[in-house]
Design a protein around this ligand. Structure first.
Ligand SMILES: [Mg+2]
Length: 230
């Protein structure tokens, strides 16, 4: 079983909103921060910017959206304040630990597949008490490919010693996680928390990790074995 980290196990949005509140005193600008993050994080994932540069440039762009021009030094200073506040707020969703415990007790081998820099993500996983929760950590910053590239899913299967058709991956991003995994021959499962996004019939969908055991034990549809795909 493979799992995404941010907004799947760890409530990244809550922590990120807290960081924004400590930076500007309110999270009313959250939609602007979220849009700016989507834009700049994609540039990091695509190797156009390293992580630290991405963080500083994102903060510059965020303030520029409100007409305030700041230089790199000031942007780095503000980003440090936000980052520290966000890291203090890192925490798991309530359904994460029971689900992980159930999977572990069921004898499933567990892997993380996450798009993030190595040191940062390992620090985050340890900070929320999951340092020993997984057999395998597949971090884009370490393997050199990012979701939804099939190679990162294949790397996780190989590390688990399983064929893609024997492995499921669950994550909060429909395309990056669920469809990416399905395209690589795994069972892709979309975690659409609280049905926040429109439904899809492309992949099995759950609204909470509490629903995952039933899906895994129940009728997870068969996926084509990759070798049999023409
Ligand atoms: Mg995620």
């Amino acid at each position: 079983m493979c799992l995404d980290v941010d907004d799947t196990l760890l409530d990244g949005q809550r922590a990120s909103r807290q960081g924004l509140r400590e930076l500007v005193g309110t999270d009313r600008a959250w939609p602007v921060w979220e849009r700016t993050t989507d834009d700049y994080y994609a540039r990091f994932v695509n190797d156009e910017l390293d992580f630290d540069t991405m963080c500083v440039q994102r903060t510059k762009a965020f303030f520029a959206a409100f007409g305030e021009r700041i230089d790199d030094i000031e942007a780095a200073r503000r980003e440090n304040i936000r980052m520290a506040a966000m890291q203090r707020a890192w925490s798991l969703f309530d359904d994460a630990r029971p689900c992980l415990d159930w999977m572990r007790d069921s004898g499933l081998r567990l892997a993380v597949i996450t798009n993030a820099p190595s040191v940062y993500q390992r620090k985050k996983i340890a900070a929320v008490g999951l340092a020993d929760a997984f057999d395998v950590l597949v971090i884009s910053g370490e393997v050199g490919v990012a979701k939804p590239d099939p190679q990162i899913f294949e790397a996780a299967c190989e590390a688990l010693g399983l064929r893609p058709g024997e492995v499921a991956h669950v994550g909060d991003r429909l395309d990056t996680d669920a469809l990416g995994a399905a395209r690589a021959g795994l069972h892709g499962i979309w975690l659409n928390r609280d049905h926040r996004a429109p439904a899809t019939t492309e992949v099995p969908t759950i609204a909470s990790l509490h629903e995952l055991p039933e899906l895994l034990v129940g009728d997870l549809p068969a996926v084509p074995v990759p070798e049999l795909i023409p």
